[in-house]
Design a protein around this ligand. Structure first.
Ligand code: DGJ
Length: 739
């Protein structure tokens, strides 16, 4: 590309008003001048160019330059092979014209042709508030009445970009969209490394890192619901070398969508990386009517030049400020009865658990699965799902009496629901077989003995909304919801959609979000946990409606250290629900310490706790209340990586650097394993003096840490501090306080 050509600059950094640039395109003439559009955040710039032929391309994505005029010089600094198409770095790659690589969009026009070309027509950039800008770029096909508007919302301080597309046409008949990505990125570097995740039930968020080779790597889900269980949509890409916690350039990506997703990561023949992310087009060609707007979900991305840790802190800030419901607010500690009772409970047993809730000292009792259905009582996971009336044998006086009893004990009451699903053995299934997702002529196939309700059907949406609304109306004191989703979709067929089955997966998600919108319009504040047979559904679209998510049914604390470590790259502690259970071999202190690195809960039989264990838990909960604000709203630093070390160490430091909590664990059972070297802290004020005090102590134990000894921030960050983790001190929590 010739850098000496004249380019017109669009304002990038300080956009105070709407800027409109119109070009006479309809007439088929192209404006000769090139337009550079820099999208600037605190540290980075994503620079787009509408070239001479008005193809919109990405010419730069990296650290922002002081002199914005110099972005135009970037392309001339490369001597890579010929492009052949002029589309390798397209900002939204169309297919069927000159494109040779993976497209962002593929269509069949009303006249049956499959060729799409997209050229820049105009853009506008506006300041939404003092930290958020929105850039809209309109692209049109010069031959067909077809347009795509690319939307880039930039959260300036956090370096987060949220990108989505709106697709429309004015053709004479319907257009079929075969692929309809949210975003299409393009990166240049001397090599790329992908960190992706895989899993299954109780094995969520297992990382794998690999060098990206030529061709396409696809991360996707076709499960419909519980879409993340085998693979979540979050990933990282390191540029030039694998990024470490504090060094290197790394891009985080996440599709904000709870259904089928697809991210294609393509290393092209010029050795550049193309990333195309959106709804999975699997079994989903979309029939777009004239003038209907197809809005994709958004793809979120953040680029860090300071390693993975900085990216995660930026993302946490963004999530708490802009996305997670009540991200800056309070959360309730709780006692859950799932593992304490499973389906085997009655009113008396629950009343005893309510008393235990008080005794333990948590805020709320959460009644899990098994409280409903009469014709086919929910006494195991074979029956009753869908029949949301209290089971009269277990709860003769209904939920209301439990809510009342909770109040009498000075605790709150929450309840489990799984409103998107149905057991074939249920009255709901008998009454409304047409509400169930299944191929009528095929044998039914179950996931956890259940099927999925057809949320593409407005009548089903109403049913789900009414189920929730009735619960709240009948029990105004209800203070918490755990929303579960245990099944994937087999035999995808919606009786409601008739011969539009290709819209099913998309309409399901639209239906789900519609229901959640209605619930939140009426009940804006009730905390809700997003759960999906463990951690099968967590993404930033769902978290608009939920205050927290359940990472996994695997609560073995040793496993959780690793799992929470990975989740924490993408989601802040305030949204991460961790429960102390009987999983694992570690003592209750270890289990509680791990659960405190997020939103603390318990799922144990309090009555079975030894006296000292109970005393420990009660004290730990009190202490947790004194530092939870730091864990939830502070900056998280990963200090010692259990995958590389014998210990794990994670710190949460308040924004003003005046206080912190440092969690340290023994993660190896090799002889003599422990913290042989000091752990270097991060994020402190080097000039300030701090004290470290061990908290969360088990009754009868003393700490070797001298709480009165002052250390400078510089010392703690340069030399470090030894928490003295060893076989006899497997879990050590330190409270840091500025003097
Ligand atoms: C799966 C969840 O992950 C568990 O916590 C529990 O709520 C069960 N479902 C109940 O069926």
């Amino acid at each position: 590309m010739n850098s000496r050509r004249k380019r017109k600059y669009s304002t990038g950094a300080a956009v105070c008003s709407i800027i409109l640039v119109f070009l006479s395109f309809g007439a088929g003439r192209l404006h000769a001048q090139e337009i550079i559009i820099p999208l600037v955040t605190e540290n980075n710039a994503l620079v787009l160019e509408a070239g001479k032929a008005k193809e919109l391309s990405i010419i730069y994505f990296g650290k922002k330059l002081a002199n914005a005029q110099e972005y135009q010089l970037v392309p001339s600094a490369y001597r890579q092979t010929s492009d052949y198409s002029g589309l390798l770095n397209a900002a939204y790659t169309p297919s069927g014209s000159r494109n040779l690589m993976e497209p962002a969009i593929t269509v069949t026009h009303a006249d049956g042709h499959q060729s799409l070309d997209l050229r820049y027509v105009r853009h506008e950039q506006q300041q939404l508030d003092h930290d958020v800008t929105l850039l809209n770029i309109t692209l049109k096909d010069p031959v067909y009445d077809f347009e795509v508007v690319l939307h880039y919302k930039a959260y300036v301080k956090q370096d987060v970009i949220e990108q989505w597309s709106v697709i429309r046409h004015g053709e004479k008949g319907n257009v079929t969209l075969h692929k309809y990505a949210s975003a299409n990125l393009y990166l240049k570097a001397g090599g790329f490394w992908l960190q992706q995740y895989h899993g299954d039930w109780a094995k969520e968020m297992r990382p794998e890192e690999s060098k990206i080779t030529h061709g396409i790597k696809t991360l996707d889900s076709k499960l419909g619901t519980r879409a993340n269980i085998f693979q979540p949509s979050v990933f990282m890409i390191s540029l030039n070398a694998p990024a470490s916690e504090d060094e290197g350039t790394v891009l985080y990506g996440a599709l904000s969508y709870s259904g089928n997703f697809r991210t294609d990561i393509e290393l092209d023949y010029q050795d550049n990386l193309r990333i195309i992310s959106g709804i999975n087009n699997y079994a989903s060609p979309y029939t777009l009517k004239p003038r209907e707007a197809f809005t994709t979900p958004s793809f979120l991305y953040i680029l860090s030049q300071k390693g993975k840790g900085y990216a995660s802190r930026q993302l946490h800030d963004w999530a708490r400020n802009y996305r997670i419901l009540n991200g800056k607010g309070e959360r309730l500690t709780l006692l859950n009865n799932w593992e304490a009772t499973y389906f085997d409970f009655n009113e008396n047993k629950l009343k005893a658990l309510l008393r235990d809730t008080k005794k333990l000292g948590v805020d709320l009792f959460l009644l899990d699965d098994g409280w409903f259905a009469n014709k086919y009582p929910r006494n195991n996971d074979n029956a009753g799902l869908g029949d949301w009336q209290e089971n009269k044998t277990k709860l003769p006086n209904g939920i209301a009496s439990l809510v009342k009893e909770a109040a009498a004990n000075g605790v709150k009451f929450g309840i489990w629901v799984e409103p998107e699903m149905v057991n074939p053995k249920s009255e709901l299934y008998e009454k409304h077989p047409d509400w169930v997702v299944k191929e009528p002529a095929r044998e039914e196939h179950y996931f956890r003995n259940q099927l999925v309700l057809d949320l593409a059907n407005p009548a089903v949406q109403d049913f789900v909304f009414r189920t929730m609304d009735d619960l709240f109306t009948r029990n105004p004191g209800l203070a918490y919801i755990k929303w579960d989703c245990n099944a994937v979709i087999y035999n995808a067929y919606s009786a409601h959609l008739g011969n539009h089955q290709n819209h099913f997966y998309i309409e399901y998600m639209r239906g789900l979000y519609r229901v959640l919108e209605r619930i939140r319009a009426k009940y804006p504040d009730v905390p809700m946990m997003l759960c999906s047979g463990g951690g099968g559904r967590v993404d930033y679209e769902a978290l608009k409606y939920f205050t927290e998510f359940w990472p996994s049914d695997n609560t073995d604390p040793l496993e959780r250290i690793f799992m929470q470590w990975e989740y924490s790259y993408f989601y802040p502690a305030v949204a991460t629900a961790n429960h102390v259970t009987d999983w694992g071999k570690q003592p209750v202190k270890f289990r509680t310490d791990v659960a405190m690195m997020g939103k603390l809960g318990f799922d144990i039989v309090v009555a079975h706790l030894a006296e000292k264990d109970l005393a420990y838990c009660r004290n730990a909960i009190r202490e947790y209340h004194s530092f939870k604000h730091i864990v939830w709203q502070g900056d998280q630093y990963r200090l010692a990586d259990p995958r590389k070390d014998e210990i794990a160490s994670i710190a949460y430091i308040s924004k003003d650097r005046s206080e912190g909590v440092i969690f340290n664990y023994l993660t190896s059972n090799r002889y003599g394993a422990g913290s042989s070297r000091p752990i270097r802290l991060k994020g402190l004020d080097p000039a300030a003096m701090y004290q470290l005090e061990e908290i969360s102590l088990y009754p009868g134990t003393t700490s070797p840490t001298d709480a009165d000894r002052p250390y400078s921030g510089e010392f703690l960050m340069t030399v470090g501090f030894n928490p003295e983790v060893s076989g006899s001190r497997t879990s050590v929590v330190l409270r840091l306080q500025k003097k």
